[in-house]
Each structure stands twice: as C-alpha cells, then as structure tokens.
Design a protein around this ligand. Structure first.
Ligand code: ADP
Length: 318
C-alpha cells in the first residue's frame, strides 16, 4: 500500500455513556456524557489522529442519538453511514460509575432491541467501504442478528474490494456468558482478518493460553498477517510471520482506561494506512498505539482525552 492519508471505516455498537465522576474531582461536572461503544471510539480516535474516518451504525431518533451524531461529527468522523431508528427503538444509554480507585460499574438503559443492535447487512454498502485502508469491527455485533449479518457483509465486501480487515475483538470478560457461542462466531473470523488485536484478558477465554507469544502464534497460524496483544499498563506485544516484539507502556496519571484499547487500535491503523507494513513501521505503529492508549487514560470516557498526532509524537519523544 502506498503512503498518504488512510480511510478507516468502523462499524458496530454505539451508546451514550453518562459518567458520574464523583466528588473526588470538584473541578469537573458531576455528570459527563460521552459517546461510547468501541468502534465509535475507534473512529473518533482515528479522525483525531488525522485519518479520514467513517462510522457505520444505528442510533435512535432521540436526544442521545442527536448527541452521539453531534459528538462524533465534532471529532471529524463521517457519520453519513449512521442510520436512525424510529421510536420505540431508542439509543442505548450506559450509566458509568467510576469509584475513587478507578473501578467502573455500568448500568444499562436500553430498549430491546436497542437502536445500535439493529445494524443490518444493508447498512454496509460497497460505496462505504471502497477505497478504505481498513474496515474494522469488534465482537459485539456477532452475538446476535441482524448485526451479525452486517459484519459478514462487511467482511465479504472487504475481500471483494481488497480492503484489509482489522478485527479488534474487544469482548470484555463479563460478556463471555455465551462463551461457546461467542467462540463459534469469533474464531472463524480471525483467519479472515489481516490484523487482529486482542487484550491479555481475552486470549485465555478465546485461544486457551495466557501467553501472548503463544496466542499470537495461533493467530498467525490461522492466517492473520499481524497480531497485537495489549497488556494494559504493561504495554503491548506484536507479531507477524517474520518478526515479533513488544513496546512498554508510557507513564501517565491514569484516571480511567475506558477506550485505551480503541485508541491503541486507531493509532495502529492510522499509522499502517500510511505506508508498507515493514517491521520498523509495525513497531512504530505499536509505539503510537501505546502512546494514544496512555493519553486516553488521563480523562474520563473514551473520548475525554483523544490525542491528536502532535500529542502522540510529544509523548513518544518526551
Ligand atoms: P483494552 O482496552 O483493549 O483492554 P488496554 O487496557 O490493554 O486495552 O490498553 C491499550 C493500551 O493502552 C495498552 O497496550 C497500553 O499501552 C495503554 N495503556 C492502558 N492502560 C494504561 C495505563 N494505566 N498507563 C499507561 N498506558 C496504558
């Protein structure tokens, strides 16, 4: 792939996160609203870093739907692929409590189905993917229809159009209830992705090993070109058929790690969309991912402290 600016297309879940920040931080409002949902976060992070970014999803014809569209647009995300669902289907809301020690607990308010759960194959058009450097999604849409078909459509179109698929699995441990079903949907898709990103708490349930090296080996055997395993405050590991390595985390004053992994993937894709995937550039991509992830940890919510390219560079060279 040549240089220039990449276009990153993300699809999937999107919710409105309402944070109760608590009295520990009197300088902030007690409540903060931010768009949430990993692929929406990823699109916003990529746009902030300078990529052309588009999000494909669904929101309700309601206040929080307006809020999400407005907030993503303000980040520079193309939201022309976001469809709106009529009432009674509504945008999902997650109330997030952050304890003084940084633990998060969620209370969801959603219709059944919620607007974002109605993402469908017809929402993923050839036009929306053509010319993209990457199409990316996570596991949540795979857990039910019609969104499962939307992901399948995206993968088929990507293969037809030769757009690399980046699968950021992003299935938090508390969502592994239907583990067998989730594995059934996720495992066959791994081999159709050129890039797969997992976090260290996902490799055990999904690949049956706690060892990043072994997990990456399994991904490469499945046909993945490039595997990234994030290790939280311990940085990240990467592997390709000819090389592997790891990058340390950057030291920051972390208050909330929501969205760190999404920013990591966004920075990786942003960097890899600008040139060939040489070993040196993959390492640079991982370093940028770690820097973007660290910066996102410095404020509440995934979109609270999205860094631009200059801020990422500044942290790397600090
Ligand atoms: P995920 O959200 O997918 O679990 P991680 O929490 O592993 O992802 O975070 C992604 C990246 O962000 C990590 O690889 C790391 O580089 C960076 N990061 C995460 N938490 C911290 C932290 N507390 N301090 C510094 N960097 C962090």
């Amino acid at each position: 792939k040549g240089g220039g600016m990449g276009k990153i297309v993300a699809l999937g879940e999107v919710v409105a996160d309402i944070y109760r920040a608590g009295s520990e931080r009197p300088e902030e409002l007690p409540f903060i609203a931010r768009p949430g949902g990993a692929p929406a976060n990823l699109a916003a992070a990529a746009a902030r870093l300078g990529s052309v970014a588009a999000f494909i999803g669904r929101v309700g014809e309601d206040l929080f739907g307006n809020f999400i569209l407005h907030a993503l647009q303000a980040c520079g995300v193309d939201v022309s692929g976001v469809r709106r669902c009529d009432p009674p289907t509504r945008t999902s809301i997650a109330f997030v409590e952050v304890s003084p020690s940084g633990e998060r607990s969620f209370t969801f308010y959603r219709t059944s189905p919620a607007a974002d759960e109605l993402l469908s194959a017809e929402d993923v058009t050839r036009k929306s993917l053509s010319g993209a450097s990457f199409v990316t999604f996570g596991s949540i849409p795979l857990l039910r229809e019609p969104s499962r078909s939307a992901v399948r459509r995206a993968v088929e179109l990507a293969e037809e159009l030769d757009v690399p698929v980046a699968f950021d699995v992003n299935l938090r441990p508390h969502l592994w209830e239907g583990l067998e079903e989730a594995r059934r949907e996720i495992l066959p898709l791994l081999g159709r992705a050129r890039i797969v990103k997992l976090s260290d708490d996902e490799i055990g349930p999904l690949l049956g090993t706690e060892e990043p090296l072994a997990a990456a080996g399994r991904l490469l055997e499945a046909g993945v070109s490039l595997a990234f395993i994030t290790l939280g405050a311990a940085g990240a590991f990467y592997a390709a058929p000819g090389f592997r390595g790891s990058v340390p985390a950057f030291s920051v004053r972390a208050v909330d790690s929501t969205g760190a992994g999404d920013a990591f993937t966004a920075a990786v894709l942003d960097h890899l969309s600008r040139g060939p995937w040489s070993e040196a550039r993959v390492r640079e991509a991982a370093t940028r991912g770690a820097a973007a992830g660290a910066l996102v940890c410095t404020a509440f919510g995934a979109l609270g402290a999205l860094p631009d390219a200059g801020e990422v560079e500044a942290l790397i060279s600090s």
